[in-house]
Design a protein around this ligand. Structure first.
Ligand code: SF4
Length: 94
């Protein structure tokens, strides 16, 4: 049981998601959270080290300590294309 919990914690408690097709490239996320977000030469932002999904979205596992920086990035996004999901409950936080 303990081992399972450790694995889950290592894998991250939250899923950060970027609806990249609908990103308007305003660069607010990069300004707020440069550790996790960067602008791409195509004019949209990327999650640093994010996984590219077939539908054009990006995803990244997040640990608790990295939640707040990305919540602030999500709050700063004018078109609400940054999302945070709690993995254990499936709760959509933003
Ligand atoms: S804040 Fe939102 S719209 Fe602006 S670059 Fe970041 S993801 Fe795209």
């Amino acid at each position: 049981m303990e081992e399972t919990q450790q694995v889950q914690e290592k894998a991250g408690k939250y899923m950060l998601q970027h609806d990249r097709p609908n990103c308007i490239g305003c660069a607010a996320c990069e300004a707020v959270s440069p550790e996790f977000w960067e602008m791409n030469s195509d004019g949209k932002s990327d999650i640093k080290d994010g996984k590219n999904r077939d539908d054009g979205w990006q995803e990244l596992d997040l640990e608790e300590k990295d939640f707040q920086a990305n919540k602030e990035a999500a709050d700063s996004c004018p078109v609400n294309v940054i999302h945070l999901v709690r993995k254990d409950t499936g709760e959509k936080i933003i």
